[in-house]
Design a protein around this ligand. Structure first.
Ligand code: ADP
Ligand code: MG
Length: 686
């Protein structure tokens, strides 16, 4: 049960003044559903404004506050165009206040012609005019006081404005209680950290690195504790030692000899599986290194030992593909492989559930559906997680409680994860590396080409398809927007279809699953020759005859992601090519990054560079990398503070075993606060 002290924070967001059904949606889009979420919605940055008497005292790009008198409202002829309010300053300079979409209604109300207003925002140039797009504030009087303030800037979504969010945050902060201290007093003193509550308030008020660090540390401490609690729970529940006799593995008729790295890794896994305590091992191996067959060998060991194994894939698409591959490879062994995803319904699903329960299914492949409550196994002893970056603590606990005894876990990833990040994601774990590619792989010829040469590229594709080989076309990533990705892919597909007609198929995340599968199937079987896609094809897809990849607006992708995408080609005997299409104007860093793609195919090196380049950037670094389990802590804070948080968590666990005592109880609060309370549930009385 959540401690009462936290109830005000976990109240629904509607309990804040001004939040009704209309605001609910844009708030949810930002992940803001409860008071707590608002309090933790930290500013992306801060602005300080300068009050100016006239706009010509200010420079372009400057954040200003100025008194203006609206002279004219101009709606655009087309409904999607901007709405402009022309307004005059004291010296008679006219500037435009520009609004898009529904914001124009606000403009009509707030800026009546002939009435003076204080307007705050960023001064920009538009043609020969100065303008402010979506002013941050429009006030009737007293605006001068904004001139010297530092104001937070929050991440917004359509329908929200800075003042709205600022007001909600202020209300949320009023409800934040003082909480007992869970951190080590010595630590707090050394770092000169404020208390948790003060840190939260300060972090919204201005650039307070110590406050930000404190909150990030708290989040990482909570995560570390939860991971340790789940791990301890796992150990208490014991594993199931699995010793295979080799009778199934020897029937595997692989068309290739295993690489040395594969053999070594399989031996490591075999050793772990034979132990009482459950395995927790990460298998890192670059794209194409051959992780699937390692997973199969591991699962066969479980089956030989009379148990079941399950493999979790991140998407439906990958689950189907793994299912096909594993079933084909396992056929000679007689092991029964089945699939279960959210889409299996009715009779087929019932049959699968029965088979799992009576033990006639040996290996199950699927999406998260394989861990639902209704899915019961006769004896699940090994779980393989493929490419799962977002496999958090709660999933781990759920999984651990699936069998009578905690199953062994093998996590596989093509992203070489630096140690601090594995610590964040998994806690303490063993690592195997597939650091040797299967023989005969050719380097992928990578080229960077300006988008102005698009026509040539399309001609190149036509020639490529004529040789009987296939190609991928990956569409630009639109930041934070799946719809945007889809729109881009659809537009490009329409254009390419004009040239390639039925040879081209389109796959994106918003397609109905059946349509997606059908398109993939057409491509995998060679009926379609050109696959136009969003990044849904990023991981795992395996079509050896596809030897050309075009990535549009390549500069928008992270290096690790480009590497993953590129790994879709170069899987067969033919020479493969990857064309990185870049926009005409690129920053120097962007150029360097793309050059690095051309230079190396070493995934580890690319991942390190990627982390370095992404980690350093942002001022406050609220931008998330996507592959960390954190909401507050950024990459820089992770590398600096996580090791400390982790060892503090260990001390706390050891000293107050089971989180008893004053600090232990405070730490329980912390776990609830950061929603790592699954950890608490492993404790007696939790
Ligand atoms: P990943 O590590 O990216 O998951 P896969 O398991 O999909 O890689 O393997 C990539 C390709 O390499 C597959 O077509 C697989 O059959 C093949 N492969 C795996 N191991 C070997 C090997 N030892 N020798 C040759 N080919 C191999
Ligand atoms: Mg794979």
């Amino acid at each position: 049960m959540r401690p009462e002290a936290l109830n005000p924070l976990f109240a629904e967001i509607e309990t804040l003044d001004g939040v009704g059904p209309k605001l609910r949606k844009p708030l949810t889009r930002l992940g803001l559903e409860r008071v707590r979420d608002v309090a933790f919605h930290l500013p992306e940055r801060f602005v300080s404004r300068r009050a100016v008497a006239n706009v010509d005292e200010a420079g372009e790009g400057e954040q200003i506050i100025v008194a203006l008198t609206p002279v004219e409202h101009r709606a655009s002829r087309n409904s999607r165009g901007p709405y402009r309010v022309l307004a005059q300053d004291g010296a008679g300079n006219v500037i435009a206040l520009t609004y898009f979409g529904r914001a124009s209604y606000t403009a009509r109300k707030q800026l009546p012609v002939g009435e003076k207003r204080w307007v705050a925002g960023k001064l920009e140039r538009y043609g020969d005019m100065l303008q402010i797009v979506h002013p941050d504030h429009v006030l009737e009087e007293g605006g001068a006081s904004l001139g010297h303030l530092t104001e937070p800037v929050y991440r917004l979504s359509e329908g929200l404005t800075q003042p709205m969010v600022t007001k909600l945050v202020a209300q949320a902060l009023e409800r934040v209680p003082e909480l007992p201290e869970w951190s080590d007093p010595a630590e707090i003193e050394r770092e000169a950290w404020p208390s948790w509550r003060d840190a939260l308030v300060l972090a919204h008020r201005g650039e307070h690195p110590a406050a930000r660090d404190r909150l990030a540390y708290d989040e990482m401490l909570a995560n570390s504790l939860a991971l340790m609690l789940v791990r301890a729970d796992n150990r208490r529940r014991q594993g199931q030692p699995l010793r295979g006799d080799g009778r199934l593995r020897e029937k595997l008729a692989l068309p290739f000899p295993l690489t040395g790295a594969q053999k070594r890794t399989i031996a490591e896994i075999e050793g772990d599986l034979a132990q009482d305590s459950p395995m927790l091992r990460l298998l890192q191996g670059d794209v194409g290194a051959g992780k699937t067959v390692v997973a199969l060998e591991a699962m066969l060991i479980a089956v030989e030992a009379g148990a079941q194994a399950a493999m979790l894939a991140p998407t439906e698409l990958l689950a189907r593909q793994h299912f096909d591959t594993l079933r084909r490879m396992a056929a000679p062994t007689g092991a029964r492989v089945e699939i279960l995803t959210g889409r299996d319904k009715g009779r087929a699903r019932e049959a699968t559930l029965m088979g799992l329960l009576d033990g006639s299914i040996d290996i199950l492949v699927g999406t998260h559906a394989i861990f639902q409550d209704q899915v019961a196994y006769r004896n699940l002893a090994l779980v393989v997680i493929d490419e799962q970056h977002r496999f958090g603590v709660s999933q781990r606990l759920m999984l651990a409680r699936k069998g009578k005894r905690a199953p062994h876990v093998l996590a596989m990833t093509a992203t070489p994860i630096p140690r601090t990040l594995t610590l964040a994601q998994y806690g303490e774990l063993d690592v195997s590396k597939l650091d040797e590619l299967p023989p005969g792989r050719q380097a992928i010829d990578t080229r960077v080409i300006g988008i102005e040469r698009l026509a040539e590229v399309v001609d190149g594709i036509a020639r490529h398809l004529q040789t009987g080989q296939q190609a991928y076309w990956v569409c630009p990533m639109v930041r934070d927007s799946e719809e945007g990705d889809t729109a881009a892919a659809e537009a490009r597909f329409a254009a390419l279809q004009g040239r390639f007609s039925a040879d081209a198929v389109l796959v994106h995340g918003q397609l109905p699953p059946e349509a997606k599968d059908a398109a993939m199937e057409r491509f995998a079987s060679g009926h379609a020759r050109l696959l136009v896609a969003t990044t849904v094809i990023e991981v795992g897809v395996d079509v050896p005859n596809a030897t050309l990849m075009v990535i549009e607006q390549a500069e928008r992708f992270g290096l690790a992601q480009l590497h993953q995408l590129r790994g879709r080609v170069g899987r067969g005997a033919e020479k493969s090519v990857c064309l990185l299409l870049r926009s005409s104007e690129l920053s120097e860093t962007a150029r360097d990054r793309l050059a690095l793609m051309r230079e190396t195919q070493d995934g580890f090196r690319l991942a390190e560079e990627d982390l370095r380049l992404r980690g350093g950037g942002e001022l406050l670094g609220t931008r998330q990398s996507g592959d960390t389990p954190f909401q507050i802590a950024n990459l820089e804070q992770i590398s600096r503070l996580l090791p400390i948080a982790y060892s503090d968590a260990r001390l706390l666990m050891e000293r107050d075993g089971g989180l008893e005592g004053t600090r232990g109880n405070a730490a329980r609060l912390l776990l609830y606060l950061f929603e790592r309370d699954v950890g608490v549930r492993t404790l007696r009385g939790g």
